[in-house]
Design a protein around this ligand. Structure first.
Ligand code: COA
Length: 559
C-alpha cells in the first residue's frame, strides 16, 4: 500500500512507524506538516492510499481528510480527547493508559476508532514514557489499523460515550497554571509527578535564586534532606532541592527570558551555587540506591553490568570521562562478561550538542567532547580479556551507534530505532566508525548507511549484521532476557577460546592498520567540520539545539 506519514517532526515514534511499515513492504513517504499548503502538495505528489499521522500537533486540512482516509495516532485511551493526554495520564496517576488510532474528522480526536491498545504507565518523565510504552502501543495500534484498513471489510467504531467500555474523556490543554509547585507544602511524590508530567516539554516554570526557570529531568533522592525549596547538593551537573519530606534532583534548567531564546542546560552550570556541596556517589553505591547519577555498576552471576543513562542520550565531555572511568574500573573486576547500557530509553546519541552550544568556544568543546568519546570507544575496542556486550533497551544515533558497535556483541530490544549516520549534523563522524562499521556490515553498506540519513529498526539492523541479537518484548522483559543470556555466555565453556580469538583478531587488525590511524584520519575530517570555514556543522547544531523547524520536507523522506 502507498502510505504517507504526516508528522509535525520526524521524531522517534514517526521513525519507528516508518521502519515498521517499510519492513512490511508498504511504500512509505513522509511529509512534515509544516503548513497546510505543504501538506496538500505532499499528498498530491505522493498520491497515498492511506495517510497516517503518528505525531501531529496541528489539524489536517479539511479537503484532505474529506477526500482521503487519514488516521490519527492519539496517545490516549478510547474516548480520551485533547492535546495534553500524557500530561493528564501522569498527573491523575493512571496505572494504565492507551493509544488510539482514529479517523480524522472535523472535531479533534472525535473520529471513528480503527484500533486502540492499552499500556502500563511507568513512573518516569513524559518523553521517556512516550519513547517506550507509548511507542510500543502506538506501533501495535498502527499495524492493527493498517491491517484492518487493508482488509477492506473492517468498519471503524464511532465514538459513542454511552458505551460502557469508553472510559476516556475530553481533557483541556495542560497550561503552566496547573503545573505550579509549592516546595513548602507539597510532598515529594506530588512534586515528582508534576515535574514528570511536564518533561521534557514544556518543563515546570518555577523560581530559583530569584530567576525564572523551566525545570527539567526530575529524579528521586533517598537520603539528602534540607529546608524545603533550598538547593542542598549538586552532582554531575544536577542540583538537589529539598521538599517537605525528602528531596528531588533536577538535571536541567531552561531560563525564561522573554524576547530571548534559551535551551536546556545542566542545572548546576546555570545558577550560582557557591555554598552548595557536591555530593558524589560511586557507580557501585548508586546501584543499590534511589538517587540520581548517570552511571551505575553491579555484578551478578559473573557478569558486570555498567548501566548508564544520559539525558537525551547526549554525552558531554564529563559524561564520557565518567563512563570511561567506570568502564576501566569494571574492566579490573573478576568478571568475564561486561554488559553496557541502561535499562530504558536512549542508549546514546553521541556528543552533547547542547553543552557544545553553551560553550564559549563551541569548536574547541566539540573537539574535547569527541576526543573523550573516542577514548571511551578505544577502551572498549581494546578490551581483550572480557566479552563486552552493548544492550540497547532504547534508541541510538550517530556516535551512539558507533559506541554500541565497539562491543563484541550488540543486543537490541526489538523496538529500537538506530540512526547510524552523522550527516544531519554535517559531521564526518569519529568513534572509530571507519574501523568498526565496515567490519560488521562491509564497506558498501557502511557507505550507504552513513550517507543516507534514514533510520533502521532492530530487525533491519540485524539483517545487515549491525546487530547480533534482537529481543522482543517490553523494557522490563528486555533487562530480564539480557541477564539470562549474559549469564549463559559467562558460563559458556567456549568463552576462553572466544577471548583468545578476540585477542588474535585485534592484534591482526592493528598490524594491518593500527586503530590510532583510523582515529587520526577521522579526526582530521572532524577538525575540518569543527574549524573549517565551509563547514555546515555549527549552523546545523544551532538549529537542532534551538529546535528550529525546516522550511520544507527533506527530499530523502518523501519516498
Ligand atoms: N545532544 C544534545 N541533545 C540531544 C542529542 C545530542 N546529541 N540527541 C538528542 N538530544 C536531545 C534532544 O534535544 C531532545 O531534547 P528534549 O527532549 O529536551 O527536547 C531529546 O534528546 C530527545 O531527542 P529528540 O530529537 O526529541 O528525539 P527523537 O527520538 O525524535 O530523535 C535523534 C532522536 C537521535 C534522531 C535526534 O535527537 C538527533 O538527530 N540527535 C542528534 C544526533 C547527533 O547528531 N549527535 C551528534 C553527533 S555524534
Amino acid at each position: 500500500m502507498r502510505i504517507l506519514l504526516l508528522a509535525s517532526a520526524f521524531n522517534s515514534l514517526s521513525q519507528r512507524v516508518f521502519t515498521e511499515l517499510r519492513a512490511r513492504n508498504h511504500v512509505v513517504g513522509v511529509e512534515l506538516a509544516l503548513s497546510d499548503s505543504i501538506i496538500r502538495a505532499g499528498v498530491t505528489r505522493f498520491q497515498p492510499e492511506l495517510i497516517i499521522a503518528p505525531m501531529l500537533t496541528t489539524a489536517v486540512p479539511e479537503d484532505i481528510w474529506r477526500t482521503r482516509p487519514v488516521l490519527i495516532v492519539h496517545p490516549g485511551p478510547l474516548g480520551d480527547r485533547g492535546p495534553s493526554s500524557l500530561d493528564w495520564a501522569i498527573t491523575i496517576g493512571a496505572r494504565e493508559w492507551g493509544v488510539t488510532v482514529l479517523q480524522a474528522v472535523a472535531e479533534m480526536d472525535a473520529g471513528p476508532v480503527w484500533a486502540t491498545v492499552p499500556f502500563p504507565v511507568t513512573a518516569c518523565g513524559k518523553s521517556e514514557l512516550y519513547r517506550t510504552e507509548v511507542a510500543d502501543a502506538a506501533v501495535e495500534a498502527v499495524l492493527l489499523a493498517v491491517a484492518r484498513f487493508a482488509s477492506g471489510i473492517f468498519r471503524p467504531r464511532p465514538l459513542d460515550y454511552t458505551e460502557p467500555d469508553i472510559r476516556g474523556q475530553e481533557r483541556p490543554y495542560f497550561s503552566q497554571d496547573r503545573r505550579q509547585l509549592d516546595w513548602q507544602t507539597q510532598p515529594t511524590r506530588d512534586i515528582l509527578r508534576t515535574l514528570h508530567a511536564a518533561d521534557s516539554q514544556p518543563g515546570v516554570l518555577d523560581e530559583l535564586c530569584g530567576r525564572q526557570f523551566y525545570l527539567h529531568g526530575a529524579h528521586p533522592e533517598d537520603r539528602l534532606r534540607g529546608t524545603p525549596g533550598a538547593v542542598i547538593a549538586t552532582r554531575e551537573g544536577a542540583i538537589c532541592r529539598a521538599t517537605v519530606d525528602g528531596a528531588v534532583w533536577l538535571t536541567q534548567l531552561r531560563e525564561r527570558s522573554p524576547g530571548r531564546r534559551a535551551f536546556k542546560r545542566a542545572a548546576a552550570e546555570v545558577i550560582e551555587l557557591s555554598q552548595v556541596p557536591e555530593v558524589k556517589v560511586s557507580p557501585t553505591e548508586a546501584a543499590s540506591r534511589k538517587t540520581f547519577t548517570h552511571v551505575r555498576y553491579f555484578e551478578r552471576d559473573n557478569v558486570g553490568y555498567l548501566e548508564f543513562s544520559f539525558r537525551g542520550g547526549a554525552m558531554n565531555t564529563a559524561a564520557c570521562e565518567q563512563l570511561l572511568a567506570a568502564y576501566l574500573q569494571a574492566r579490573e573486576q573478576a568478571v568475564d562478561v561486561i554488559v553496557l547500557g541502561g535499562p530504558r530509553d536512549f542508549f546514546s546519541n553521541g556528543i552533547d550538542l547542547n553543552t557544545i552550544e553553551a560553550a564559549n568556544d563551541p569548536a574547541m568543546e566539540s573537539l574535547r567532547n569527541i576526543s573523550a568519546m573516542n577514548d571511551l570507544v578505544e577502551a572498549i575496542l581494546t578490551t581483550t580479556d572480557k566479552l563486552v556486550i552493548s544492550a540497547l533497551a532504547g534508541n541510538a544515533a550517530a556516535g551512539g551507534v558507533m559506541l554500541a558497535i565497539a562491543a563484541d556483541e550488540v543486543w537490541c530490544r526489538e523496538a529500537v530505532v538506530l540512526n547510524p549516520h552523522y550527516v544531519l549534523m554535517g559531521l564526518y563522524g569519529s568513534e572509530y566508525w571507519t574501523y568498526s562499521l565496515p567490519r560488521r556490515v562491509g564497506h558498501a553498506t557502511a557507505k550507504r548507511l552513513t550517507s543516507q540519513p534514514l533510520p533502521l529498526n532492530a530487525r533491519a539492523a540485524a539483517a545487515l549484521g549491525l546487530v547480533d541479537r534482537v529481543i522482543a518484548g517490553d523494557a522490563a522483559g528486555f533487562s530480564a532476557r539480557v541477564h539470562r543470556d549474559a549469564t549463559i555466555l559467562a558460563r559458556d565453556p567456549d568463552l576462553t577460546t572466544r577471548l583468545v580469538e578476540k585477542k588474535r583478531r585485534l592484534a591482526a587488525d592493528q598490524a594491518d592498520k593500527p586503530l590510532r590511524v583510523y582515529r587520526a584520519e577521522e579526526m582530521a575530517r572532524m577538525r575540518e567540520n569543527f574549524f573549517g570555514t565551509r563547514s555546515t556543522y555549527h549552523d546545523l547544531r544551532r538549529k537542532f539545539v534551538y529546535g528550529e523547524k525546516p522550511i520544507a520536507t527533506p527530499a530523502y523522506l518523501r519516498g
